[in-house]
Design a protein around this ligand. Structure first.
Ligand code: SF4
Ligand code: SF4
Length: 446
């Protein structure tokens, strides 16, 4: 690694940047690899979410700067900003910045789900295919989302990750996209969109891959993807509430082995061995299943196409895969398999976002959620020490300490994979637990 690379990834490490679009992989590790291509994943393919498209339109300079830095750090000669044609404002805002920037181009992806699954983003924009069980760098590619690269650009100015921008939408009173300090309670974020309503249930993230929220006092992290309110009797809420035992029971009784789930599985389409209909058959007749077949569940991206779109009888191969993954991982089993041939019909099997939205009965909730200009600031934040893949950060402050916004309050344990954590507001540390640090604005009164 040369000096420039070291300096860029060092500042990214110090600022606590993690992948904002996924599980929070520490970005300084990604930027320490050698790559040929860096892709900005601006697909934002989850129906209803409107964060990245608005950030790209509002901060094109920072996004291009973040991409340029990521290219310099990885040695990549090519940068691709992957967007959809409908993100017209983002495209118009970015064009002047890339016109004279060598090696960077905008790639327009089809408006399909899941264009934002990084394996699919890579295939759609470069034709390269990540092998099953592999990661993008195996084929010379690094993928970062919009918010991550904006944070990379800020990190070079010494600005740490202290805020998160997210869309609050669905059946809420006033859909909005807001920027809040990390550690803000979800209930306060909801107040910015008109407040909590008794007949709604809430999803953290997008409708397809987000998780049901059981407690609105939980707080925003660096990876909180969105906050969606839907009626409690909405099919998506019902589905997320259903038990895996119930799903396995339905699978046993009504799976007709039509294989629609496999035909439409994005990973299967690009040549991965994963075949959800075979996994359903395998769990239905467990004693006939080979371990090598069961292990293909480990390559499932959990995109939800099989349960939400493909299966005609309401089975969720996704949930079966999630249960299988947990079992296989607990036994230390890994997937070992080769990349096969891509489906020659793949381009014709991709699912248009609008059709998915109709199938999920989300059309009436598809509304503007304008990006607020101001950063919200509440009275108290509870900042989790584990907001990323790897080891939790170790607290370096104690109760009663007075901290400034941006000050490092949690560090990566020595020799571990992880990310630094910073105070998101100025105030007094009122509690430190193994899970989180609470900061109250101003004095120490509780
Ligand atoms: S969730 Fe279903 S469709 Fe998506 S990758 Fe997994 S098996 Fe395939
Ligand atoms: S689509 Fe549904 S019914 Fe058909 S094979 Fe898959 S799980 Fe079974």
């Amino acid at each position: 690694m040369n000096m420039q690379m070291k300096e860029i990834s060092g500042k990214v490490l110090e600022a606590g940047v993690v992948g904002a679009g996924g599980a929070g992989f520490p970005t300084h590790v990604k930027l320490s690899a050698q790559a040929e291509i860096v892709i900005v994943n601006g697909a934002e393919c989850e129906p209803l979410l409107k964060t990245d498209q608005q950030l790209a339109a509002r901060y094109p300079d920072l996004l291009v700067k973040g991409l340029t830095l990521a290219m310099a750090s990885t040695g990549a000669q090519k940068g691709i900003i992957a967007l959809k044609a409908k993100y017209k404002e983002a495209i118009a805002a970015l064009e002047p910045y890339i016109r004279n920037t060598e090696g960077i181009e905008i790639a327009i992806m089809p408006d399909i789900y899941p264009a934002g699954d990084e394996v699919m983003t890579i295939w759609l924009t470069t034709g390269r295919r990540v092998p099953p069980g592999g990661i993008p760098i195996n084929i010379g590619v690094v993928v970062n989302n919009v918010q991550t690269l904006i944070n990379v650009a800020k990190a070079q100015e010494g600005i740490s990750v202290t805020t998160r921008t997210l869309t609050v939408t669905g059946a809420v009173k006033k859909p909005i996209t807001v920027t809040v300090p990390i550690g803000t309670p979800l209930r306060e974020v909801l107040d910015l969109a008109g407040g909590e309503e008794a007949d709604l249930a809430y999803i953290n993230g997008g409708p397809m891959m987000g998780k049901l929220i059981s407690d609105l006092s939980d707080t925003v992290t660096k990876t909180t993807g969105g906050l969606i309110g839907l009626p409690r009797d909405h099919m998506l809420i019902q589905r997320k509430e259903s038990s895996v035992e119930g799903i396995l029971r339905i699978a046993k009784t009504v799976c007709e082995q039509c294989s629609f789930c496999t035909d439409l599985c994005p990973r299967h389409m690009i040549g991965h061995e994963l075949s959800p209909h075979l996994l359903i058959r395998a769990v239905n007749y467990k004693n006939l299943a080979e371990l090598s077949l069961l292990a293909t569940a480990l390559t499932c991206s959990e995109c939800g196409v099989c349960e939400a779109y493909a299966c005609p009888v309401g089975i969720s191969p996704l949930r079966v895969n999630v249960a299988l993954k947990a079992e296989l991982r607990s036994q230390g089993i890994k997937y070992q398999g080769e990349l096969g041939k891509a489906d020659p019909m793949a381009q014709h099997r991709l699912i248009p976002s609008s059709r998915l939205m109709d199938r999920l009965r989300l059309r009436s909730f598809y509304k503007d959620a304008p990006l607020a200009g101001e950063v919200y600031e509440g009275k108290e934040v509870r900042i989790k020490l584990q907001q990323h893949i790897g080891a939790p950060a170790a607290a370096v402050v104690k109760e009663g300490d007075v901290v400034e916004a941006g000050q490092r309050i949690g560090e990566i344990p020595s020799g571990a994979l992880g990310a630094n954590i910073h105070a998101s507001i100025s105030g007094t540390v009122t509690q430190v637990t193994p899970q989180a640090i609470t900061i109250r604005k101003g004095g120490a009164a509780r």
